[in-house]
Ligand binder design. Structure first.
Ligand code: KG4
Ligand code: ZN
Length: 369
C-alpha cells in the first residue's frame, strides 16, 4: 500500500491508569492527531500511593466507551470513516490491558475493521513522529526511552526496527522518581512533584551530591536502585525536624541532577558511536524539563548533525495519540491482503504484559497470516 495514502485510525490505550482514545490520520505520510482524549485515574490511585491494577481495570471498563465516543465526536468521524482500530497490546498491567483489548476487539468485530496491536513503548517513540520532519534524513534514529516501567537506549535504522543498545538493570527512571517521592512523603505520581521541588531548590545553599551509578560502565546499561538507597540514607540521617522544604527541595534537586547526568552521559556515548541523524525521547520522564534541557545542550554543543526532537508535553505521558501515530504508519506500509488478515484475526489478539519490542512485528500484528 502507498505510504502516502490517507489512513484513519481509532486508537485505544489502557496499559496503566489512563483510559485514552484518539483519532489519527496520515497527511503527506505524517501522522496528524484529529482528537486525543485521556481520562486520568490519578485521584483514585493517589489514596493508595500507586496504581491498584484491579481498580484501574474497573475504571477502564467504566470509562472506555465514553472516551472513545468523545474521541470520535472530537474528530468528527463516524465508524464508517475509520480504516482500522489500534490498541496497546503490552507491556503493562494485565487487568488494564485486557479492558482496552476487549473493547477494541468488540469494536473491530462489530464494525468489521482490521485490529492492530501496538507495543506501548513503540507508541511513546512514535509520539515524536507527529513532529519529525521526514523530508530530512530521519534514520538512524536514537530513542532514549524513559518511562515508569522502562529505561532503554534504542537504535532504529528504519521504521519499526529496534535494536536495544542498553537498558536498566533494576529500577526504571520514572520508578526511581516515584520511589524518591514516596520516601519524602510526596503524592503519587512522584515524577512531576520531584521535578517541581528540584526547580524550586536554592542550589547556592546545598552541596548535596548523589552517586551517578554506572556512568563509566562503558556500556549503555543503567542502574537506579543504588541511587535510590543513597537518597534514603540521606533522608534517614537527617533529624525529622530538619526535613523542611529547603531540605526536600535540595534532595529532589540532587537526585534529579544525578539521573539527568547519567541519562545524558549514556545518550552522548551512543550518539558518538552511532551518529544518529535524529535523537528522540520517549515515555513519561520525557516531560522532565531538566532532562530536555540537558540533552538539548549536549546535542547543540557536541553533535551539530543530530536533530533533537521532543514530543509535545501532552503526548509525553500515556495517551492514545501516540498509539495511533505508530499504527497509522504501520497500516500504511501493509498490503490489502495484510489488512484483511488483521480483520480476520482480530478475535485472536491477546494482551501480553511482557510484550517484546521486536525487530519486525508483522507476526505480532497479524498472528495468523
Ligand atoms: O510513560 P508513562 O506515563 O507511563 C509508563 O508507561 O510507565 O510514565 C510515567 C512515569 C512515572 O514514573 C512518572 O513519575 C514519570 O513518568 N514522570 C516524570 C515527570 N512526569 C512524569 N518524571 C520526571 N519528571 C517529570 N516531569
Ligand atoms: Zn507510558
Amino acid at each position: 500500500m502507498d505510504s502516502q495514502k490517507s489512513v484513519k485510525i481509532l486508537a485505544i490505550e489502557t496499559s496503566c491508569d489512563d483510559t485514552a482514545a484518539a483519532v489519527v490520520t496520515l497527511e503527506g505520510g505524517a501522522p496528524v492527531i484529529r482528537s486525543s482524549v485521556v481520562s486520568s485515574q490519578i485521584e483514585l490511585h493517589r489514596q493508595y500511593g500507586g496504581v491498584v491494577p484491579a481498580l484501574a481495570a474497573r475504571e477502564h471498563v467504566k470509562n472506555l466507551v465514553p472516551v472513545v465516543d468523545e474521541a470520535m465526536r472530537g474528530a468528527g468521524v463516524a465508524p464508517d470513516d475509520i480504516d482500522a482500530i489500534a490498541v496497546t497490546q503490552g507491556p503493562g498491567l494485565i487487568p488494564s490491558l485486557l479492558a482496552g483489548v476487549s473493547g477494541a476487539k468488540a469494536l473491530a468485530l462489530v464494525w468489521r475493521k482490521p485490529l492492530i496491536g501496538i507495543h506501548h513503548i513503540e507508541g511513546h517513540i512514535y509520539a515524536n513522529f507527529v513532529r519529525v520532519d521526514e523530508s530530512k534524513e530521519t534514520f538512524p534514529l536514537l530513542a532514549l526511552v524513559v518511562s515508569g516501567g522502562h529505561t532503554e537506549l534504542v537504535l532504529m535504522r528504519d521504521h519499526f526496527e529496534y535494536e536495544i543498545l542498553g537498558r536498566t538493570k533494576d529500577d526504571a527512571a520514572g520508578e526511581a522518581f516515584d520511589k524518591v517521592a514516596k520516601m519524602l512523603g510526596l503524592p503519587y505520581p512522584g515524577g512531576p512533584e520531584v521535578a517541581a521541588r528540584a526547580a524550586a531548590a536554592d542550589t547556592s545553599e546545598s552541596h548535596l551530591r548523589f552517586p551517578r551509578p554506572m556512568i563509566d560502565s562503558g556500556d549503555y546499561n543503567f542502574s537506579f536502585s543504588g541511587l535510590k538507597t543513597a537518597v534514603l540514607y540521606e533522608i534517614k540521617k537527617t533529624p525529622e525536624v530538619d526535613r523542611d522544604d529547603a531540605f526536600m527541595n535540595a534532595i529532589c534537586h540532587a537526585f534529579q541532577e544525578a539521573v539527568v547526568n547519567v541519562l545524558t552521559a549514556k545518550t552522548k556515548r551512543a550518539i558518538a558511536e552511532h551518529a544518529p541523524t535524529t535523537l528522540v525521547i520517549a515515555g513519561g520522564v520525557s516531560a522532565n524539563v531538566a532532562l530536555r534541557e540537558s540533552l538539548s545542550d549536549m546535542v547543540a554543543a557536541e553533535f551539530p548533525y543530530t536533530r533533537f526532537v521532543v514530543p509535545e508535553f501532552r503526548y509525553s505521558l500515556d495517551n492514545a495519540a501516540m498509539i495511533g501515530s505508530a499504527a497509522a504508519l504501520r497500516y500504511a506500509r501493509l498490503s490489502t491482503e495484510e489488512h484483511e488478515a488483521l480483520q480476520r484475526n482480530a478475535i485472536d489478539l491477546e494482551p501480553d504484559a511482557n510484550l517484546w519490542l521486536g525487530k519486525t512485528s508483522l507476526e505480532r500484528i497479524a498472528p495468523r497470516p
